[in-house]
Ligand binder design. Structure first.
Ligand code: CP3
Length: 340
């Protein structure tokens, strides 16, 4: 079979070694990234196909990872659908007029493929350049995007978001349906252009209880994932160990696991699912011998799942030494013997 390691592992097939890539592998930890981005605002760089191709390729060239992830951001489809959002350096996404009630929902119109022609163009360029290395497309999940829309920016406690969810459930569900529709069409554009796998990032879902997740969030993530079943789907959250089964049930082929839960325990919680993870990004700052031991442990624990994609438990921290990541890739590539 000619399918990539990434696709085989995503489908729950044991591979001779785990494929490896890193969330946020393209970005500020790379000097070549900082150089290309000089003087260009974040969202502008995401809309320029030449820059998207170059930045997406940088970690593939440097590390020899087994997958590329499209250089973009979770707020790109919101911006393309007409929301006034910017990414402020060192802060994150900031929304000029937050969504606080029913009257604000009208501003969330559907995303037409023509709104993101730059994505199609970038992916066509990437597929040509990547050869046999697969491209991962991605989007933010409805809850994580809704949190930025409601709070107006990054939030520690998501208090306005939870207030809306509980006090005005009808408005909440309409908001999440609209965001889910934008997310689904953004992912479809990436699949149509040539993405081999997609990842849905629900980075802030760990702020929720299991019952909140089940009632207010899961149906909307499920509707996104159901619409894109033509490629393997990775569903990732941070701090979501207590409701991993729900994240799997929402329609994941691969469940992303953060560093809090060992992969063999995750495999017991979501039997039959492939797993992705889960090296603590902060461990990359420890001594080299420590990193080696952790990589070996995660490769071994990953064998408890039908398929394992080696990754961090969350994104690369900006001050990470790229040489340490290169060494992790080398070590995972040297791990073998799981064929079976
Ligand atoms: O993984 C990759 O290498 C692909 C690129 C990527 C970016 N953002 C580029 C980016 C991906 C997959 C994302 C997803 C994203 N964006 C998420 C989900 C993943 C996660 O980390 O949980 C979230 C929550 C966001 C929102 C966002 N955008 C944040 C919190 C920030 C950081 C703010 C800051 O400056 O500290 C951004 C900005 C951002 N997105 C940068 C990059 C490379 C940094 C901007 C810069 O380099 O100027």
């Amino acid at each position: 079979m000619n399918e990539s390691l990434l696709v085989r592992a995503s489908r729950g097939q044991r591979t001779e070694r785990p494929p490896v890539w890193f969330m946020r592998q393209a970005g500020r930890s790379l000097p070549e990234y900082r150089k290309v981005r000089e003087g260009v605002p974040m969202l502008e760089s995401c809309q320029r196909p030449d820059m998207v191709v170059e930045i997406t390729m940088q970690p593939v060239r440097r590390y020899g990872v087994d997958a590329a992830i499209l250089f973009s951001d979770i707020v790109v489809p919101l911006k393309a659908a007409g929301i006034d959002v910017e990414i402020q350096p060192g802060v994150g996404p900031v929304v000029a007029s937050p969504v606080r009630g029913a009257a604000d929902l009208e501003r969330l119109r559907p995303l037409e493929p023509g709104d993101v022609g730059f994505i199609t163009e970038a992916i066509h360029g990437l597929v040509a350049e990547l050869g046999s290395t697969p491209l991962i497309g991605f989007a933010g999940a409805p809850f994580t995007l809704a949190s930025y829309l409601v709070e107006g920016g990054p939030s520690r406690h998501h208090e306005r978001t939870k207030a809306l969810m509980h006090s005005e459930p009808a408005v909440w569900h309409e908001l999440l349906s609209r965001v889910a529709a934008i997310t689904a069409s953004f992912l479809q554009v990436q699949i149509d252009a040539g993405a081999s796998v997609i990842q849905l990032f629900d980075s802030w879902a760990g702020a929720l209880s299991e019952s909140e997740y089940r009632r207010y969030v899961m149906p909307h993530s499920a509707s996104v994932l159901a619409g894109i079943a033509s490629v393997p789907r990775i569903h990732f959250g941070v701090g979501t160990s207590e409701f991993l089964p729900l994240m799997a049930e929402a329609g994941a082929d691969v469940v992303g696991v953060d560093w809090r839960l060992p992969l063999d325990e995750a495999a017991r919680r979501v039997p039959g699912k492939a797993l992705q993870g889960n090296l603590d990004p902060a461990i990359l700052f420890a001594d080299r011998a420590v990193v080696d031991v952790e990589v070996d442990r995660i490769v071994a624990e990953g064998r408890a799942a039908p398929g394992h994609i080696f990754n961090l438990g969350h994104g690369v921290l900006p001050s990470t030494d790229p040489d340490v990541l290169a060494r992790v890739v080398e070590r995972v590539h040297a791990a073998g013997g799981t064929e079976g």
